[in-house]
Design a protein. Structure first.
Length: 149
């Protein structure tokens, strides 16, 4: 398994900070790496009751979810933080959170997906306008990024 120093070097090379300290990384036999998110404490997890039905939930078909995952991991890799020279770090911290973004996915044909990330800084209690925030990705059915703006 790669060390934290390995991941720090990877994220620094990508212009990002070190991974979230609770992220778990495992190297697969294929050489790829699997990232798993942080786990809640057992007492919090025990209080959760899973639903009996997902009928009222949002349904994302496999290819849509795969395109969304490719775009999100490219746009804002797990554990990354935006860097800024601004002494007020609040906007950079806000834009470093995946929960700040609304996500829109449009499937165009069987093998083409457009994914748009639109920042909502009001979720962080900020009211400053963002003139060039977010991104739009074109992802093909093989998980390749065709375009990014």
């Amino acid at each position: 398994m790669p060390t934290n120093l390995y991941w720090m070097a990877v994220f620094v090379a990508l212009g990002c900070s070190a991974q979230h300290p609770d992220m778990r990384v495992r190297q697969l036999a294929t050489g790829m790496h699997e990232l798993k998110g942080p786990l809640a404490p057992p007492q919090e997890a025990a209080a959760v009751v899973l639903p009996n039905s997902f009928k009222e939930g949002v349904h994302l078909e496999g290819p849509v979810m795969a395109a969304l995952e490719v775009a999100m991991n490219e746009f804002l890799p797990p554990g990354s933080e935006l860097q800024t020279q601004d002494p007020d770090k609040r906007m950079a911290q806000c834009l470093s959170k995946r929960s700040t973004y609304d996500t829109h996915v449009l499937q165009s044909g069987a093998d083409l997906f457009f994914v748009w990330f639109s920042p909502q800084p009001s979720r962080c209690g900020l009211s400053e306008p963002i003139l060039d925030g977010g991104a739009v990705y074109a992802i093909d059915g093989q998980g390749r990024i065709l375009d990014r703006r």
